[in-house]
Structure formats: C-alpha cells, structure tokens
Write a new protein. Structure first.
Length: 92
C-alpha cells in the first residue's frame, strides 16, 4: 500500500462476517446517537452477537452523541468502568 486511499480500501476486507459467532465472552457495545463515522454499525454488531452482551447508547441529552463520545469522555469512562466492575472482584 502506498496511498491513504489504498489503506482505507484494504480495511473493507476486515469484518466480523462469518466469525462473529466465535465471540463467546461478555461483550459491551457502545454507540453514539449522532456518530457520522459508523452510524448504526454498533447496533448491528450487538444484534448479531450470540454471547452475553450489553448495549449502551450515548445521547445528545447527555452531550455524548458524537463519535467516541468525545464531548463526554468522563461519562463514557464511568459507564465502561461500571460495566467492567460487574465482572471483577477488586477485593480479592
């Protein structure tokens, strides 16, 4: 690959088609209400998963509606860590 376009074109080969059923661990899917980069894709992944899963939609009302929840990183981090805390025992 010699150009940015070639790199982007190559990423089209990387999908979860045909392998998503191999995911067996508890999975957290996050989506931003106004994500212009991957609109709707997180929900498609969530709907396709057969493993234990959770879905969080970040909204405009929360100030977290953009890609990667960039305007509300504290909120996103808190929700992610709260989710992780359900699966860990920090007291030993």
């Amino acid at each position: 690959m010699t150009t940015p376009f070639e790199l982007l074109r190559k990423t089209l080969d990387f999908t979860l088609r045909g392998i998503i059923d191999r995911i067996k661990c508890q999975t957290l899917i996050l989506e931003a209400e106004k994500d212009e980069s991957f609109s709707g894709q997180p929900k498609q992944v969530y709907d396709s998963l057969t493993c234990p899963k959770n879905y969080i939609l970040f909204t405009k009302e929360e100030g977290a509606e953009e890609h990667c929840h960039i305007s509300a990183l504290s909120l996103a981090n808190q929700r992610i860590f709260d989710w992780l805390d359900r699966f860990t025992n920090v007291n030993g």
